[in-house]
Design a protein around this ligand. Structure first.
Ligand code: FES
Length: 207
């Protein structure tokens, strides 16, 4: 081989080059793989959820909302809490199919524009977002402003005479259920494919 001493199968220059490239590859992997694992790993873990008791059925009228504090992320104290607006199902206005998970309607307080907390204004029967003027009607449907979809909801059920609240889900403009998406992600039409569900979302109870 040109440049090699007799009996050698690789030149010293080539051996040094291979060594340097191998060391560089190992160093790059040492930086890249942990970062990739940190970014991608959470996608494959499921968020656990617990059914949380929120009161007796009689605590919830069907013509206005009751505010309830929920724990949506366990183990981080106040930072893991959120607010849900809860009322009994009202057959005269709630036309989506009824099952064991929607005898009580529980709306997330997170605006579906950028996630600011919305406030229920009983006198107007509207949810108002203070950030950019988003407005939702009594059922949480978008009535004005920039939100891209109705307010998210939580599964509810009655267990031993107690109303319990479960995992969050998203709805499209026909109140069909989808696994939870982030604010700003429309799920009508092609949106449900542009923003598909993630592996990390809770496993939904079967209806
Ligand atoms: S975050 Fe609610 S309207 Fe922008």
């Amino acid at each position: 081989m040109p440049g090699a001493f007799e009996g050698e199968t690789v030149t010293r220059r080539r051996l040094m080059g291979l060594t340097v490239h191998t060391a560089g590859g190992i160093t790059a992997a040492a930086f890249t793989l942990p970062a990739l694992g940190f970014a991608i790993g959470p996608l494959f873990s499921r968020e656990p959820f617990q059914w949380q008791p929120i009161g007796q059925p009689s605590d919830f009228p069907n013509n206005t909302y009751v505010t309830k504090v929920l724990t949506i992320v366990q183990g981080i104290g106040e930072a893991g809490k959120s607010i849900a607006y809860v009322r009994a199902r009202n057959p005269s206005i709630d036309k989506e199919p009824e099952d064991q998970y929607n005898h009580f309607i529980a709306l997330s307080s997170r605006c579906m524009h950028l996630g600011c907390p919305v406030r229920f204004v009983a006198a107007a029967a509207r949810f108002i977002c203070p950030c950019h003027g988003g407005v939702y009607d009594f059922r949480g449907m978008v009535a004005g402003g920039p939100p891209v979809r109705p307010l998210d909801r939580f599964y509810t059920r009655v267990n031993n005479g107690v109303v319990e609240i479960g995992p969050r889900y998203s709805v499209n403009s026909e109140l069909q259920r989808f696994s939870p998406r982030d604010p700003g992600e429309p799920i009508d039409g092609i949106g449900q494919y542009l923003y598909p569900k993630r592996f990390s979302t809770s496993i939904l109870p079967k209806s």
